[in-house]
Design a protein. Structure first.
Length: 364
């Protein structure tokens, strides 16, 4: 099972001030909203959207003015008659916005023009991907037709990622690119992200929490990359016994650290591949240690039984705050780390047929 990028929407993006220059004007139009209704300019603060300013709709139009260097992550929102919203870069200059229910348009300044070009391309390919995904869920399709739709979906997903990456790369010296980078960085391997991070101007990186978090994440991945020594940690078994990861590493020729959770659909879909690999290669020196990102101990134990998991398990029952996941920079599951008997990391994120292929190579 695969998590496709169309599941991330434009409304999830948060944007910061683009230039430290005063003086922006937003001239907006809005369809099917009566005179006297309000439109709001909002900022993302401490996990909540806060109203910074408001404007009255008159003749299907509204306007905001302000200082571009005083506002961070912003969007324009209307609550009547239906909810409408659009991200906006508060950048010095005159910004034009068309707020609507489908795909709002914003333009007029460097960052807003870059974002609009991106979102139009992203939106178009997302529509195609949604249609293909719906085809894969159609029970009337033959297995051959379903496979063809899945292959097309994978191609579109790859194209979608390249649209994102190319937009970031061409805009990495402005906040449009930087904000897209912090939003979509988990969609790319660290070796593609690090060169982009190195190009971010100091003036943008300073006091940018998203950039700081990304740099910290990349540093963690570097410490647990292929060729590095594994990082040890201690957690409890399902029975409540305290164990260390190192308790298992030295016992096997190769050990797969498998980050998963009972609530994770892709993890459950992947587990038969892991079970098959364990059955085939455990007698030859292959071992697995499951690291669960569960919070509910009973759900964890039930999944272990239901999924035929017979190898050691450990968890601190802290979900995404899992100590082990943080030490290895795991932000999406399932995730795997393959370690040899000396504690050297020899592969990361093996899934599906790749697990068996790697073990066949190592355990001839």
């Amino acid at each position: 099972m695969k998590t496709f990028l169309w599941m991330a929407t434009a409304g999830m993006l948060a944007f910061a001030s683009c230039q430290n220059k005063p003086g922006y004007t937003i001239n907006g139009t809005i369809a099917d909203v009566a005179d006297g209704e309000m439109v709001y300019l909002q900022n993302f603060v401490d996990g909540q959207m806060i109203n910074l300013d408001s404007a009255v709709v008159k003749g299907g139009a509204f306007q905001f003015k302000g200082d571009a260097d005083t506002i961070a992550a912003s969007r324009i929102v209307s609550y009547a008659p239906k909810g409408m919203s659009s991200p906006v870069f508060l950048e010095a200059g005159t910004i034009t916005m068309e707020l609507n229910n489908e795909l709002s348009k914003v333009s007029g300044t460097v960052c807003n023009d870059a974002y609009q070009k991106f979102i139009e391309e992203f939106y178009a390919i997302n529509k195609e991907m949604r249609a293909l995904y719906e085809q894969t869920q159609n029970d009337s399709l033959s297995e051959e037709q379903r496979k063809e739709a899945e292959e097309q979906l994978n191609v579109k997903d790859s194209l979608s990622r390249e649209i994102i990456y190319n937009t970031i790369s061409s805009n990495i010296t402005n906040v449009a690119g930087v904000q897209l980078l912090t939003r979509f960085s988990s969609s790319f391997p660290s070796e593609r992200i690090q060169p982009l991070v190195d190009q971010i101007p100091a003036s943008i990186a300073a006091n940018n929490e998203g950039v700081a978090q990304l740099k910290e994440h990349l540093a963690t991945l570097a410490k647990t990359a292929v060729g590095q020594k594994f990082v040890d940690f201690t957690m409890n078994t399902p029975e409540g016994e305290s164990v260390k990861l190192s308790d298992f590493i030295g016992k096997n020729k190769y050990t797969l650290i498998d980050f998963w959770a009972s609530w994770c659909g892709p993890c459950r879909a992947e587990m038969p591949n892991v079970v098959a690999a364990y059955k085939k290669y455990s007698a030859k020196g292959f071992g697995i240690v499951g690291v669960s990102l569960d919070r509910d101990a009973e759900a964890w134990k039930k999944a272990i039984k239901d999924l035929n998991i017979t190898w050691p398990q450990m968890s601190d029952l802290k979900a995404w705050e899992c100590k082990g996941a943080k030490l290895y920079g795991v932000r999406a599951i399932p995730a795997t780390v393959l370690v040899d008997q000396e504690g050297n990391i020899i592969a990361r994120d093996l899934r599906g047929e790749d697990i068996a292929a790697k073990l066949a190579e190592l355990l001839k």
